[in-house]
Design a protein around this ligand. Structure first.
Ligand SMILES: [Zn+2]
Length: 371
């Protein structure tokens, strides 16, 4: 999941680039090189080897500067967050731009408005500045390489601003829309509305992409649709689990089994008790966790002679009873697991499963929100 490279730190925030972003830099360099060849190739007689390499050097510089602009856009969001006491874990630059990963999304609509707006505002300022700077340069010579350079950089920044203002998650425009709704209605309803508009937008883009055979548009449409659905789901889950601790919903009567239990015995136990997973304990020490999936990997004929010690997962993720239920949810989805042993000072005090979390989410959605 973490295929990104840290390249530096600004105001204490690590800046990382994802491998997809390196592809973008190369693509941008190539696109700028071919564009500039068309525009000023004739005027300057670019065709010789030296001028071709000069043009490529120029184009790479363009791509790197564009990368700096995207990073500045992201820093715009982070700066506002930082000033308002929200800790930013990192900024990662992806193929479509940047993502600031923060401890928690602010639940204050006015702050979210300011934060979401800061990025496109920076892109807009950079874009205008470049376009204006290109003006005096063009008086000297409108085919001046510097004019083309500044003008293109300016226009691309303005496109970035407009693209990010599209009213759909995960673009900034989606967050602006949610914040605007959130000043009028509860947060979950606001997210739902913003997500619906985002999805409608994605469908529109998809249809347009189909009719114009524009694959980039199809790709963006897909990306926007998934982004909107994910944001909606994550917000609902986080809000439903707000204030609920692991100890409130875990099962405290945990049935554990010794490592020497055979898979045949485990199978019968699961059948009787209708549990799908058991912590494996050797005396007081937690050794691992064994699940129905582990059992199913072993052919029936070998289940009498195999014991749980041989098939259980030894890499243990545990959680504390005082942790937030939403943390348990996050751990389970990130690790792709269904249950977590609950440990208090090295002692097993319970187990929390995905079912426990789902039940908590359902119950608390019925409770209604006051936000
Ligand atoms: Zn942004």
């Amino acid at each position: 999941m973490d295929s990104s490279l840290q390249i530096g730190k600004i105001i204490g925030i690590p800046i990382r680039i994802h491998w997809t972003f390196i592809l973008v830099i190369l693509y941008v360099a190539w696109a700028f090189a071919s564009f500039s060849e068309q525009v000023f190739g004739k005027a300057y007689g670019f065709g010789s080897v030296e001028s071709a390499s000069l043009r490529w050097a120029y184009s790479l510089l363009f791509a790197v500067l564009l990368f700096v602009c995207v990073a500045l856009h992201e820093l715009g969001h982070s700066y506002v967050a930082h000033k308002n006491g929200i800790r930013i874990k990192s900024i990662t630059l992806y193929f479509f731009g940047g993502v600031s990963s923060m401890e928690e999304i602010p639940r204050d609509p006015r702050l979210e408005l300011k934060m979401a707006f800061a990025g496109p505002a920076i892109s807009g300022i950079l874009g205008l500045a470049c376009v204006l700077l290109a003006q005096p340069a063009s008086i000297l010579d409108e085919r001046n390489p510097l004019t083309i350079f500044l003008w293109t950089l300016g226009v691309v920044n303005l496109i970035l601003m407009v693209f990010n203002l599209l009213p759909a998650f995960p673009m900034d425009g989606g967050r602006l829309l949610r914040a605007w709704f959130a000043t009028r209605m509860p947060y979950v309803a606001a997210t739902r509305n913003a997500a619906s508009i985002g999805k409608a937008f994605a469908i529109l883009m998809f249809v347009l992409g189909l009719f114009s055979f524009n694959f980039i548009l199809l790709f963006v449409a897909f990306f926007v649709y998934v982004g909107a659905s994910e944001e909606e789901k994550a917000t609902e889950i986080n809000i439903s689990l707000e204030g609920i601790k692991v100890r409130n919903i875990m099962s405290s009567s945990v049935r554990t089994i010794p490592p020497s239990t055979t898979l045949r015995e485990l199978m019968e136990l699961m059948f009787q008790e209708k549990h799908r997973g058991y912590p494996v304990m050797d005396g007081e020490a937690l050794q691992g966790i064994v699940t129905l999936t582990d059992l199913q990997k072993v052919p029936d004929a070998e289940r009498d002679t195999t014991n749980v010690e041989q098939v259980m997962a030894r890499k243990l993720y545990v959680i504390a009873p005082e942790d937030e239920a939403s943390t348990a949810m996050k751990m389970m989805s990130e690790m792709g697991i269904r249950r977590l042993p609950v440990m208090d000072n090295g002692r097993l005090v319970g187990i929390i499963s995905r079912e426990d979390l789902v039940r908590a989410i359902e119950l608390s959605s019925g409770r209604g929100f006051k936000r």
